[in-house]
Design a protein around this ligand. Structure first.
Ligand SMILES: Nc1ncnc2c1ncn2[C@@H]1O[C@H](COP(=O)(O)OP(=O)(O)OP(=O)(O)O)[C@@H](O)[C@H]1O
Ligand SMILES: [Mg+2]
Length: 239
């Protein structure tokens, strides 16, 4: 069953077309990767799907509803959670409070929101850090907190923007294991990632963007051997 459909979406910034006529479809529970060189338009596409930007053209359909141009809080309430490329927890709140802020969207009762937030912290392995200020967490912990916050709205789809960037190889492996567990609980994942090993490992299917345009789509093996994809990455630092 189709969960998300992006239909010929365009986003301009002045003269620059950051996302140029991009379409994609994602099935319920699917793991889809989105890759492309710096500036390809990946984060902009996330901002369009999650309502931070309005597309200049095109449509975004989630669970059969047209969500084009809706506000971020409405879209998260409908079931799209996201992480930010630059992690931004509320530094003076505790780890638990950071997650509970999201849980309150679904559970206005504070005790219930706290209970839900605690469960999510157990899932992501941060329960022991629940009373620490978010600012005092190290990078892998902050990444887990960012994930926990996106889970707090009880999403059917997670948009993950470079969640393993900056982690060492064993931290990446642990994070991927966690993402697979989350996916097995029925949550679809759309993942933007420069760490190729991670995105190749997690994705059932991959979409490649370059200069705002979708240039390839297929299995990890298919896109890795696609001449257009290799060309787009040639001489650039990511590969
Ligand atoms: N708010 C904005 N105003 C003007 N230009 C923007 C804005 N956001 C993004 N851009 C431009 O749009 C293009 C796409 O940027 P975007 O951040 O979506 O790329 P990306 O694929 O996420 O890159 P990276 O891999 O470096 O994160 C870039 O040229 C960028 O400079
Ligand atoms: Mg980006």
């Amino acid at each position: 069953m189709e969960l998300l459909r992006v239909d010929r979406v365009v986003k301009r910034f002045g003269g620059l077309i950051a996302v140029n006529d991009v379409s994609l479809s994602l099935e319920k529970g699917e793991r889809l990767g989105l890759i492309g060189p710096n500036g390809a338009g990946k984060t902009t596409l996330f901002n369009l799907i999650s309502g931070y930007y309005k597309p200049d053209r095109g449509k975004i359909i989630f669970k059969g509803k047209d969500i084009t141009g809706r506000k971020p809080y409405e879209i998260s309430r409908l079931g799209i959670g996201r992480t930010f490329q630059i992690v931004k927890p509320l530094p003076n709140l505790t780890t638990l409070e950071n997650v509970a802020v999201g849980s309150l969207l679904k559970h206005p009762d504070v005790d219930e929101a706290m209970r839900r937030a605690s469960e999510i912290l157990r899932t992501v392995g941060l329960y022991d850090k629940r009373n620490m200020k978010a600012a005092s967490l190290n990078l892998p912990e902050k990444k887990r907190l960012e994930l926990a916050r996106s889970l707090a709205i009880e999403p059917d789809l997670l948009l993950l923007d470079e969640v393993v960037a900056g982690l060492n190889p064993s931290e990446v492996d642990e994070f991927l294991k966690l993402l697979k567990e989350i996916n097995e609980s029925g949550i679809a994942i759309l993942m933007v990632e420069h760490v190729m090993r991670a995105v190749m490992n997690i994705s059932e299917r991959i979409i490649v963007m370059d200069y705002g345009v979708k240039i390839a789509e297929g299995t990890p093996d298919e896109v890795a051997s696609n001449p257009r994809v290799i060309e787009a990455y040639l001489g650039r630092e990511e590969l």
